[in-house]
Every structure is written in structure tokens, then in C-alpha cells.
Design a protein around this ligand. Structure first.
Ligand code: F6P
Length: 535
């Protein structure tokens, strides 16, 4: 870490000490144009971050941090195909998958764009063939990025879905594949095995079970299986002919892979035209990210607000709260994106990080969450920065009043979090109910909202394929910027390896073909319990 970086972090910490007890609401009194100064726009999308404790001085200090961290140089390096995933020796080029009319991008001296476009063309042709065939159901078998991305997008874009039904199987728990297959016709079902490595144990176990089901029930796996993977060798070994294998390169990370072959089930569901519109939305965000300066740059600003809350203010979690029932899987998708990318302990050079890495990301659509966990967000002792999302328009014109109520709830929550309710206001409410003396004081205390709780709100006209592409790319770039500021590698995921290795070693122990003697006492006891009750 350079001295300049240390100084930039220290400046932010000093600013925080100065402003931490200030009321966010008071910032609007001091600056009547605050809402305009603390927002970012791209196309018709608006990110409002005025309901945070960030003022002009903090904004400048955050932008300075980005400058000394050379975020724009790192960004350019990523888009140009440099090997920025240094621990795996790979370029990071998911942006190339949606580069529909940009320049050539070179990896090892080869322009990758013609291959990307050829694969997209093959996917489109295949998707349209499936859509016009007798296939009634498609099952995407994958996990992590090979599941969450397409599952999230299929649900989000259901108003545009006019192809076969699309199902998702991810968990190695037999309940998942069993519940999904029940009721499907093996003769009219297509199984898409989505796995970058084609070696992930959950996916391969589910794929083999689905294949056995298809054979038993009169389907033909030699015609009704497709594969999405970087490993031609393994897809061939599994018996999937090359015309139904859609490949991609190792410079596409699993959690960034929705834009290429891993998006096939989405493409079959919504059609290639709508899928291209989804890519165009992401491409528009890429263009904005590369061109917009400083405070105009939405992913950069989004990342800086996140850094302010997580690393400077010390808020350890972040809630993603889409006011859109169809974005039900978006918090889980962003959870993987952020936590697998930025949940690290060492810097790029292997030294220990000087500050905490990324936050815990969680969430759920509103208004449902309001009746579950918002209590803690409003009155709990920990502060949870909230990220609200809202479309101005729904897809149900005859239910416009529902959407207005949804919007009112979304905007009311951020207002309530910031404004709160004072003890005097709570007393007045209790007095109006006829309470007096100690009882009034006691009841009023329970009705106080400290307020001063920060949130950002992302608004857009309507959740169509283009806008979904913009939203996902916005968060990808935000995670990238945060990773650069923290000095870590956002594109590896070594933290998932140890558990995988130990699970592989434990499987024969649970099956009783190997001894548990080398295990710790707790694990031995749990193995013993499972063996005695497994039936
Ligand atoms: O175990 C983590 C992980 O590698 C994720 O990064 C990835 O999205 C997921 O597993 C699935 O991997 P694959 O697509 O290779 O099956």
C-alpha cells in the first residue's frame, strides 16, 4: 500500500470522526439542492445517495481514494484483457461477452471477440430451435454462478418469457432434483448441464441422476442433453455431442458468466432478441463505467458509498432490498457476487489486508421484508445500510394501484430510516392515546426510532431485459471497484476449496467404508449420529 493510499484512508477516517454524530436530515437544511448533488444518472437510471452522511468533503475524499488507487487504470486493464486475476493467471473479460459492437479484445495476442460472437450466434440458433420444438421444459443443472445468474434472470424477466418452462436444480440434496423431475415428461424435457469446470460434484451428481431418470422414462439423453462449459474434454466424456456443447474461456469467472453460454436457459425462455437486449443493457453500463468522470460514474460512486459504510463507518452488513417480487433472487445473486469476490483476507501480494474486506450481503424483496426483519433495521442497535431498488412502472397495467402502494412503501422506508421518531414525538403519540406519567414514558421509549440510518435508492423506469442488464453490470463494476480499493483479487475464490476437499474425504467415512478415527471429536460424534440414523 502506498503512502498516498494510507493518507487517503486516514483522511476519510478523520472526516468520519468529525461527522459521525451529525443528522443526515440536517444536510438537506444546509443544502437545498442536496438531492441533485448526491445522485448519479445513466440513461434513465438514477442512483440517489443523498440519504447518507456523505457531504461534499467526504465525496471529494472518497473520489481521491479512487484516484490514488488508480481505479481507472485497473478498469482499463480489465477491459483490455490484462491478466488482472493474478492468483489464477487469467484475464477477466466477462465484459467481452456483451461487447456487441466494440473494438477487438486481445488475450495472448488473439482477438477473442469473433469467437464470442460465433458462440452467441450458435446459442441463438439453438435456443430458437428448442423454442420451436416439442420441448416443453428445460432444466438447468448447475450451482453457484452456473445457477444463480440464470435462475435470478429467468424469474426477473418472467413477463418476457414465451418459451418452454425453465427449472433449476442446484443442490446436491436429492430433494432438489427429485422435486423438479416429478411431473415432468422425460420425452419433452431438455437438460442443460451448466458448469464452467464440468467437475463440480453437486452438478455432476445431479446431471447423472437426471440422465438416469430420462433413460428410465423414455427420453433420449443423446438428443436431450446440452452442456455449457470450458472443458470440452469432460463434456465429451459425459457423452454430450459437440454440436450441443457451448464453450467459453477461463477468463469468464463463474459468478460473472451469465452473459455467455451460462445464460442459455434464459435465452431459451425469453428468446434471443430479448437476451440481446439484456446484453445491450450491460454493454451500456460498461460504456458508462469507462467514460463517466468521477462523481458522474455510477458504479464508482456506488462502490465509494459502500466503502464509506463498510470500511469507514464500520457497518458490517448491507441489505439489498428490491421492491420487486420478481427480483426475489437478486439479493442471493449479489451475495455471491460480493462475498465470493471480496471476502478475502490478503492483498494481491499475499500480505494481510490492513482493513476489513467486503460486507455480509443479504436481503429480500419489499414489502415482504417489512413484515419480517425491518424491525431490526429500524430499531436494532446495529446499523444496516440499505439499498432499495424500485421500477417506476410495473408490468401489470390493470393493477397500477398495487404498484403505487409498492412505490410508496419503498420510499417511505428510506424516509423513515433517515428521519426516525424522537422521544418528544413518541410522547405526543402516547399522550394522544390518553397515557400519563411513568406509563407514558415507558411506552413512548419503545416507539422511538433513532433514525439517521443511511440508505441508497436505485430507480429505473421498468424492469425489462435492458434494465436488468444495466443493474447486474452496475453491481459487477461496483464490486470490482471495491476490490481495487481494498487491494485484493476479486476474481479468485480459494476460500471454497477446503470445504470441498474435506467433503470429498468425508463421503466414504459417512458411507462407512473408511474410518473416522483421524477426525476431531465433534466430527466423529456427528458422523456416528448420521450413521446410526441414516437408515
Ligand atoms: O465453488 C465455487 C464455484 O467455483 C463458484 O465460483 C462457481 O460459480 C460454482 O462453484 C460453480 O462452478 P462450476 O460452474 O465450475 O460448476
Amino acid at each position: 500500500m502506498t503512502n498516498k493510499m494510507n493518507a487517503a484512508w486516514a483522511a476519510l477516517e478523520t472526516l468520519h470522526l468529525e461527522v459521525k454524530d451529525r443528522q443526515i436530515l440536517s444536510l438537506f437544511d444546509d443544502d437545498t439542492a442536496r438531492a441533485d448533488s448526491f445522485q448519479c444518472n445513466t440513461g434513465d437510471m438514477l442512483l440517489d445517495y443523498s440519504k447518507t452522511n456523505i457531504d461534499e468533503a467526504t465525496k471529494a475524499a472518497l473520489l481521491h481514494l479512487a484516484e490514488v488507487a488508480q481505479v481507472s487504470d485497473r478498469r482499463d486493464a480489465m477491459f483490455e484483457g490484462a491478466v488482472i486475476n493474478e492468483t489464477e493467471g487469467r484475464a477477466v473479460l466477462h465484459t467481452a461477452l456483451r461487447n456487441l459492437d466494440g473494438d477487438a479484445v486481445f488475450v495472448d495476442g488473439v482477438d477473442v471477440i469473433p469467437e464470442v460472437r460465433a458462440t452467441l450466434d450458435r446459442m441463438s440458433e439453438y435456443a430458437e430451435t428448442v423454442r420451436s420444438s416439442e420441448i416443453t421444459d428445460v432444466i438447468n443443472i448447475g450451482i453457484g454462478g452456473s445457477d444463480l445468474g440464470p435462475a435470478m434472470a429467468v424469474q426477473a424477466l418472467s413477463p418476457y418469457h414465451d418459451g418452454p418452462r425453465v427449472h433449476f436444480v442446484s443442490n446436491v440434496d436429492g430433494a432438489d432434483v427429485s422435486d423438479t423431475l416429478r411431473g415432468l415428461d422425460a420425452k419433452t424435457t431438455l437438460v442443460v448441464v451448466a458448469s464452467k469446470t464440468f467437475g463440480t460434484i453437486e452438478t455432476m451428481t445431479n446431471a447423472r441422476s437426471a440422465r438416469a431418470w430420462m433413460v428410465e422414462n423414455g427420453g433420449d439423453p443423446s438428443k436431450q442433453f446440452a452442456a455449457l462449459s470450458t472443458s470440452e474434454e469432460r463434456t465429451t466424456q459425459f457423452g454430450i455431442p459437440s454440436e450441443r456443447v457451448f464453450g467459453f474461456e477461463d477468463w469468464v469467472g463463474g459468478r460473472y458468466s451469465l452473459w455467455g453460454p451460462i445464460g442459455l436457459s434464459l435465452m431459451i425462455g425469453i428468446g434471443s432478441r430479448a437476451f440481446y437486449s439484456f446484453l445491450r443493457g450491460a454493454q451500456a453500463m460498461d460504456t458508462h463505467f469507462c467514460a463517466a468522470e468521477g462523481a458522474e460514474n455510477m458504479p464508482l460512486v456506488h462502490a465509494l458509498v459502500g466503502i464509506w459504510h463498510n470500511q469507514i463507518c464500520g457497518y458490517t452488513t448491507r441489505a439489498v432490498l428490491p421492491y420487486d417480487q420478481r427480483l426475489g433472487l437478486l439479493p442471493a445473486y449479489f451475495q455471491q457476487l460480493e462475498m465470493e469476490s471480496n471476502g478475502k483476507s490478503v492483498a494481491m501480494d499475499g500480505t494481510k489486508l490492513p482493513r476489513h474486506s467486503g460486507p455480509v450481503v443479504w436481503g429480500e424483496p419489499g414489502t415482504n421484508g417489512q413484515h419480517a426483519f425491518y424491525q431490526l433495521i429500524h430499531q436494532g442497535t446495529r446499523i444496516v445500510p440499505c439499498e432499495f431498488m424500485l421500477a417506476a412502472q410495473g408490468h401489470e397495467p390493470d393493477l397500477k394501484h398495487h404498484h403505487q402502494l409498492l412505490a410508496a412503501n419503498c420510499l417511505a422506508q428510506s424516509e423513515a430510516l433517515m428521519r426516525g421518531r424522537s422521544m418528544d414525538e413518541a410522547r405526543a403519540i402516547m399522550a394522544a392515546k390518553g397515557l400519563l406519567g411513568d406509563e407514558l414514558e415507558r411506552q413512548a421509549a419503545h416507539r422511538v426510532f433513532e433514525g439517521n440510518r443511511p440508505s441508497v435508492t436505485l430507480v429505473y423506469p421498468k424492469l425489462d431485459p435492458f434494465v436488468l442488464g444495466q443493474i447486474v453490470a452496475l453491481y459487477e463494476h461496483r464490486v470490482f471497484v471495491e476490490g481495487v480499493l481494498l487491494g485484493l483479487n476479486s476474481f479468485d475464490q480459494w476460500g471454497v476449496e477446503l470445504g470441498k476437499e474435506l467433503a470429498t474425504a468425508l463421503e466414504p467415512v459417512i458411507a462407512g467404508t473408511q474410518s473416522a478415527a483421524s477426525k476431531d471429536g465433534s466430527t466423529r460424534g456427528l458422523v456416528d449420529y448420521v450413521q446410526r440414523h441414516q437408515g
